[in-house]
Design a protein around this ligand. Sequence first.
Ligand SMILES: [Zn+2]
Ligand SMILES: [Zn+2]
Length: 278
Amino acid sequence: MHRIGFHISVAQGFLKVFDDAKTLGANCCQIFTHSPRSWAFNVVSEDIGKLFKIAYEKNNIKPIVVHDSYLPNLASKDCTIRDKSIDSIKKELISCNRMGIKFLNIHPGSHKGQNKKEGLKQICESLNSIEDYVGDVTLLFENTSGMGYVLGSTFEELKYLLDNTNFQCGVTLDTCHLFTSGYDISNSDALENTLSNFDKTVGLECLKIIHLNDSQGEFNSKKDRHEHIGLGNIGQEGFKAIVNHEYLKNIPMIMETPVNEKRGDKENITFLKGMIKT
Ligand SMILES: [Zn+2]
Ligand SMILES: [Zn+2]
C-alpha cells in the first residue's frame, strides 16, 4: 500500500497531527518540532514526547518525519554558526527520540563560496562531532536544487556525505529538487534513467523518503519553487510514472505543495491518488 502524506503544521499541538493527517486522507507525514525560522527553541519535553509516542504507535500514520529548521548550516566556515547548527541538530535528535520518530530530514548546508569539497567535509566533521548522542534516528540528507552555494544537489555529493558520516544515514529525494538540479523525471524513460544513475552512484537502498513536489522552475534551472502535483514542469506524466513505479511505490511520499487559490492539500492528494493504477 502506498504511503502518501504532507508536511503538516504543529501550530495547534503535536497530537493534532494525527487527526489532521487523517482528515486529509494521508497515512504518513512530516513535521517541524518548532518554528523553522528561529534558533532559540526547546527540546520536546519528556511528557509530550511520551504522549506523542503512544499516539504514534496507535495511529496508522507512518512514518512521521521531522524536518530540521531552515537556519542550521553545518558547512559554515563561521564557528559560531557551525556550533549553533550542531547544537540545533542535537536538539532535534533528542526530540525525535523522545517522540519515537525514526527519521530526521536535513538540508546538507551551504558552502558560501568556499569550495564544495571543503563544505562537504565540514558537514561530515560537524555531524561526527556529535559523539555523545545515543539513539535510533536515521539522519536523511535531502537532495537540493543546487541554487547558489547549496550542497547536496548531485548524487555524488550525497554519496560523499553518506560515506563520511558516522551516523545511521539515508537520503530523501525531493522530486522538484531533482528536476531543477538536472535529473529528468518528467516521463517514464527519464525516471528510469535517473533512478539507475542514483542506484549506481548512491544505492537505491539508501532512499528512505520521497518529497513529492512539482516544480515551478524549469529543468536544470536550480530553482526551488514547489508547484501542485501535475501542474508544474515535471507534469502529470512524470508523477504518473513516479507514483506507479515498482520500487518507488513502496517509499513514503510526502508532499510539500503550496496551498493557494489553485489547489489545497485535499485536491493534491485526490489528484495523486487518482493517478495510481490498481
Ligand atoms: Zn523537500
Ligand atoms: Zn524545496
